[in-house]
Design a protein. Structure first.
Lengths: 134, 388, 350
C-alpha cells in the first residue's frame, strides 16, 4: 500500500490535473515536471503551473477484466487515454457508462473519484476519472 | 574496444517450477552455461544478473550476492551486479556484460537472468508487473500492464494498422514454434479463434494474447572474440548491443502505435553491426502481449508499418518461414520469467547461429536479433548476434 | 440588517438506481407496495468509487461553474453529512482542495442527521453576515446506509448540493432563518456501527412532524407570512409521503411542494435532501418568487428559511451546470446483487 506522504504530495495532479507548461517552448506536460525534456537547462526556473482542461475525448481505451484488488467491485471497468482540449493525453478510468458503449472520440470530462483505499482503516486516495460529458 | 563472443549458453525449463527455488534455477542456468563453454568456473571474473523484482516476488533484495554465493563465485570474490529494467532486465544485463568484456575490464563474464514469479499469487504477480508502468499516473489509476497494451491494440485496430486476427496471429506463431522447444512452458499449437475467444483480460486482449507467469533462468558466457576459439569450436559474435529509453508513461509519447525506443535501438544496432533489417535471419522479439509482437516486427524494420500483422497471419514468421520470429516460442509460449527473458533470447539466437537449435533450426543463419522491452517501450535493448 | 443570500448553487446525484420492488424481492417484502406507501419509486445508488467527498466536490464544482466568483475568495467551507468517509479527518478539506478554495480559509464537517447541510447554510450566513468571510460554501451530501432488510434500505440514497453564500450578486436573498431544536432520539448511529438505527413510528409525530411544524409556524409568525405568500415550499423528504402530509397540514398546496420534491425519484439523500430540493426550485425560479424551506434532522431539529429570488437570477448562468432534472434524467438500474456489491454489503476476502 502506498505511503500517505507519497500520495499527499501528488494531490494537485490527482484532484485537478495540474500540470506544467514550459516557459521556453510552451509545451504542456502532465504530470507536472520541473524540467522540460525538450529544452532541458533552458527551461530551469521557467516551468509554470498549468491547469489542464477538464474536457477531452477518448483517444483509446480498454475494458479491464483482470483487475487489481482495488477495483474488484467495479469489474469489468474501462480505462482510457483521453486527449484533453489542450492536446494533452491523460490516463484514467472511464466510469458511469457501460464500458461496451464507450467509443474512440467520445467526449468526456474529469470528475473526482476514489482511486483506491489503503484497506478498511487506511487513507482513501482520490483522483480524477472520466465520465461522459453532460 | 574488443569484439565480444558468446561461448556458452544454458537455461532451465520455463514454467511453473514448484520444486525449484530462485537459488536453484539461477544456479542451474549458470552451471549449464559454464559447462557449455567448457569452463571450470574459475575463469569467470565478472557476473551480471538480470532480475526485475526479486524484492517483491521472493522478498529478497541483494540477489547479486545471493547468486554469486550459491554459484560458488563468491568464494573467488567475483564481482556480481544485478541489473533491473522491468521486462528488459535480461537484455540490459547482457549489454552490461558485453560492455564489460569489450572495455577490457573483464575477460570472462557470465550474464544470468532469473525470475521466480510463482511464489506469489496471481494478483500480486500482476501488481508487480503493473509497477513497471508509471505507478503514480498509470497503474494506480487502474491501468494494468495488459490494459496499456490493449489500448495500443485498440488504437492500432482503429487506425487500420492491424486487425484483431492479425494481432492474434502473433500468439499462434509463438505457440506453433514452441512445439519444438523442450524448454518452453507451452508446447502446443493454438488457433486464431482460440486466441480471440480466450477469456477477456483487458479488451480487446484475452488470456491467449498475454505471456504467462513463469519461473525460469538463463545464462550466457562472454569472452573476447579473439580468445573464443580457445574454449569452443562454435563461438558466436556479438555484432551489436544497443539500448534506448523513452518516457515511463505510455500517454506521454508522441505516438503509441510504435515504440520509438525500439526504432532507435534498432538503428543503433544495425549501424554498429554494419547491416540493415533485411540481413536479419531470425529475430526473438518481446511478445509479452500479442500487439507487442506486431509493433516490434515493424519498429525493427523487419516489416513495413501495417504489414507485420499479415506476415504473422500468413506464417511468414514461423520457424520455417521467410522471416522467422520467436523460434523459441517467444515470451508467449516459451514463457516469460521476466528477468530471464532477455537472456533466454540470446540463448535461442546462439543456438540458431551455431546451428544447434535442433528441430527449430533455421536455414542459413547469419544474423540473429533480439529485442527486449521494459514497461510499455520505456526501455528497449536490441542485440545482434552473428554466426562466424 | 445586511442582506445575505445565495450567490450560486450546484447539485449532484449519482447515476445508478434501484427500485423498492427489486429490494423487496430479496427480503420477501411487497417492495412495490412499500414503495407506493412511502411514495418512493426508485432511489439513487453511488458507484463504488463515490462517497460524500466526491459527491460534495461534484456539487461544489457545479456551483462554481455557474459563477465568476473565484474559488480562492471562499473563506469557509462546510460539508454536512451523516456518512462522512472518515470518522476522524474532514471531508471539507478534500472538497476545498478539489475546488481550489484552500488554503486561506476555514473548513469543517458538520453532522446533524439529515439537516447538516442546512446547518452549514446557517453557519455560512453568520460568517458572511458578520464579515468574517466574503464567501462561504455550505454543502449537504450523503451516501446514506440502510441496514439490509431494514425499512431504511428502501429509501436511503446518495446525492448532494452546494451553496455559495455571500452578500453581492445574489440570485436569492435569505430573508430569515429560524431553528427549532430539542433532544429527541428518533434515529441515530453509534460510533463504529455501519448502519443507523431508528425508533420506528416514533420518527413520525414526535420527531419529523413536531419539529417541522414548529419551525414552520415560528418562521411564518416571525416574518408575517402565510403559505399562500410562497410560490414554492421545500420540506425535508425522508420519503415522498411525509413532506406531502406536513405541507398539507401547514396549508401548502401540492403545486407549491412538487418542484422541490425529489425523493420519489432519487430516494432520501439525507443531508442532501433539502439542498437538492431547493436546487430544483432555483433551477426554474423567477425574480420575486418566494421559497419556504424547512429541513429536519433527527435527534432532533428543524431549520426553516424564508427566501426571495432576486433579479440576479436573470443574469445568472444556470445552464453552466446541469439542472437537477438533467442530473436525474438518464439513470442506470441495478439489480440487488449489483447494488449490494456497489454498497459493500457483500463481505469480500481481504
Amino acid at each position: 500500500m502506498a505511503s500517505v506522504a507519497r500520495e499527499w504530495r501528488e494531490i494537485p495532479g490527482r484532484y485537478n490535473t495540474v500540470g506544467t507548461k514550459c516557459g521556453a517552448c510552451g509545451k504542456i506536460y502532465f504530470p507536472a515536471r520541473s524540467l522540460c525534456p525538450k529544452c532541458r537547462r533552458a527551461s530551469v526556473g521557467k516551468m509554470e503551473r498549468y491547469d489542464i482542461s477538464e474536457e477531452g475525448e477518448v483517444y483509446t481505451f480498454s475494458v479491464v477484466h483482470d483487475a487489481p484488488d482495488a477495483n474488484m467491485r467495479m469489474k469489468p471497468y474501462a480505462v482510457g487515454m483521453v486527449k484533453t482540449t489542450d492536446g494533452v493525453l491523460l490516463t484514467g478510468q472511464i466510469v458511469d457508462i457501460d464500458p461496451h458503449r464507450i467509443e474512440i472520440g467520445m467526449p468526456v470530462r474529469t470528475v473526482l473519484r476514489k482511486i483506491y483505499e489503503d484497506g478498511e482503516s487506511g487513507v482513501i486516495h482520490y483522483g480524477f476519472k472520466f465520465v461522459p460529458k453532460w | 574496444m574488443r569484439e565480444v563472443a558468446v561461448i556458452g549458453v544454458g537455461m532451465t525449463k520455463f514454467g511453473e517450477l514448484w520444486d525449484s527455488s530462485f537459488r536453484d534455477i539461477g544456479l542451474k542456468a549458470g552451471m549449464l552455461a559454464i559447462e557449455d563453454a567448457g569452463l571450470s568456473g574459475d575463469e569467470i571474473d565478472g557476473m551480471f544478473i538480470g532480475n526485475m523484482a526479486s524484492g517483491r516476488f521472493i522478498d529478497q533484495h541483494h540477489i547479486g550476492a545471493l547468486i554469486a554465493d550459491y554459484s560458488g563465485m563468491a568464494s573467488n570474490h567475483v564481482p556480481a551486479t544485478r541489473v533491473e529494467a522491468g521486462g528488459a532486465s535480461g537484455g540490459m544485463a547482457f549489454r552490461q556484460g558485453v560492455m564489460a568484456v569489450a572495455s577490457g575490464m573483464h575477460d570472462m563474464v557470465i550474464v544470468g537472468g532469473a525470475e521466480k514469479m510463482t511464489d506469489v499469487d496471481d494478483p500480486s504477480s500482476n501488481a508487480i508487473i503493473d509497477s513497471t508502468a508509471d505507478q503514480q499516473w498509470e497503474s494506480s489509476m487502474g491501468a494494468t500492464m495488459a490494459s496499456l497494451h490493449a489500448m495500443i491494440a485498440k488504437r492500432c485496430i482503429h487506425e487500420g494498422m492491424a486487425t484483431r486476427e492479425e494481432i492474434a496471429a502473433v500468439s499462434v506463431n509463438s505457440h506453433a514454434n514452441a512445439v519444438d522447444n523442450p524448454n518452453a512452458q507451452f508446447r502446443r499449437a493454438t488457433k486464431i479463434e482460440s486466441v480471440i475467444r480466450s477469456s477477456a483480460v483487458a479488451e480487446p486482449l484475452g488470456m491467449f494474447d498475454c505471456a504467462p507467469i513463469s519461473d525460469g533462468a538463463a545464462a550466457v558466457v562472454l569472452c573476447p572474440l579473439e580468445d573464443a576459439k580457445k574454449h569452443t569450436d562454435k563461438p558466436v559474435k556479438v555484432a551489436a548491443v544497443s539500448q534506448a529509453s523513452d518516457t515511463l508513461a505510455l500517454f506521454q509519447r508522441n505516438s503509441i502505435l510504435s515504440f520509438a525506443a525500439t526504432r532507435v535501438a534498432a538503428e543503433r544496432a544495425y549501424a554498429r553491426a554494419g547491416i540493415s533489417a533485411k540481413d536479419v535471419s531470425v529475430a526473438e522479439v518481446h511478445d509479452n502481449y500479442t500487439i507487442s509482437g506486431i509493433l516490434a516486427a515493424q519498429d525493427l524494420g523487419l516489416f513495413k508499418k501495417g504489414e507485420a500483422g499479415k506476415a504473422f497471419l500468413e506464417g511468414v514468421t514461423l520457424t520455417g518461414g521467410k522471416m522467422p520470429i520467436n523460434t523459441s516460442g517467444g515470451l508467449k509460449a516459451q514463457g516469460h520469467p521476466i528477468g530471464a527473458t532477455g537472456v533466454a533470447q540470446i540463448v535461442e539466437l546462439t543456438h540458431q547461429m551455431r546451428g544447434t537449435a535442433d528441430k527449430r533450426q533455421i536455414a542459413k543463419p547469419r544474423y540473429g536479433l533480439a529485442q527486449n522491452v521494459g514497461g510499455t517501450g520505456s526501455a528497449v535493448t536490441v542485440s545482434i548476434l552473428e554466426a562466424i | 440588517m445586511v442582506k445575505v443570500g445565495i450567490v450560486s448553487y450546484g447539485a449532484y446525484v449519482p447515476r445508478y438506481r434501484i427500485t423498492p420492488e427489486e429490494i423487496g424481492k430479496v427480503w420477501g417484502v411487497d417492495g412495490k407496495g412499500m414503495g407506493r406507501g412511502l411514495y418512493i419509486l426508485e432511489k439513487s445508488v453511488p458507484h463504488p468509487d463515490e462517497d460524500v467527498a466526491t459527491i460534495a466536490t461534484e456539487a461544489a464544482r457545479n456551483m462554481l461553474a455557474r459563477t465568476s466568483v473565484p474559488a480562492d475568495r471562499i473563506g469557509a467551507l462546510y460539508v454536512g453529512s451523516e456518512s462522512h468517509p472518515y470518522a476522524v479527518k474532514p471531508t471539507a478539506t478534500i472538497v476545498a482542495t478539489a475546488i481550489g478554495a484552500s488554503p486561506r480559509m476555514t473548513a469543517a464537517d458538520l453532522e446533524f442527521a439529515c439537516k447538516a447541510g442546512t446547518a452549514g447554510i446557517q453557519v455560512s450566513m453568520g460568517l458572511v453576515g458578520s464579515g468574517m468571510a466574503e464567501y462561504a460554501v455550505a454543502i449537504g451530501a450523503d451516501t446514506s446506509q440502510g441496514a439490509p432488510g431494514d425499512a431504511l434500505e428502501y429509501s436511503a440514497s446518495a446525492g448532494g448540493a452546494a451553496y455559495l453564500i455571500g452578500k453581492k450578486d445574489l440570485i436569492a436573498v435569505i430573508n430569515k432563518t429560524v431553528s427549532y431544536t430539542t433532544d429527541t432520539p428518533d434515529f441515530w448511529r453509534r460510533e463504529g456501527q455501519p448502519y443507523p438505527t431508528h425508533a420506528g413510528r416514533f420518527t413520525g409525530e414526535p420527531a419529523y412532524f413536531r419539529h417541522i411544524n414548529a419551525a414552520a409556524k415560528m418562521m411564518m409568525e416571525d416574518v408575517g407570512t402565510q403559505p399562500s405568500d410562497y410560490q414554492y415550499a421545500v420540506f425535508h423528504q425522508p420519503n415522498g409521503k411525509f413532506p406531502t402530509r406536513v405541507a398539507a397540514g401547514l396549508g401548502f398546496t401540492e403545486e407549491q411542494v412538487q418542484t422541490g420534491l425529489l425523493t420519489p425519484r432519487i430516494g432520501n439523500t439525507y443531508s442532501g435532501a433539502v439542498p437538492i430540493g431547493l436546487a430544483a426550485v432555483l433551477d426554474v425560479a423567477k425574480p420575486d418568487d418566494r421559497i419556504f424551506v424547512v429541513a429536519y434532522g433527527s435527534g432532533a431539529g428543524s431549520d426553516a428559511f424564508d427566501i426571495t429570488v432576486t433579479d440576479g437570477i436573470l443574469e445568472y448562468d444556470r445552464d453552466a451546470a446541469p439542472t437537477v432534472s438533467k442530473l436525474i434524467e438518464d439513470p442506470v438500474y441495478l439489480d440487488y446483487a449489483s447494488y449490494a456489491k456497489f454498497k459493500g454489503k457483500i463481505v469480500m476476502q481481504e
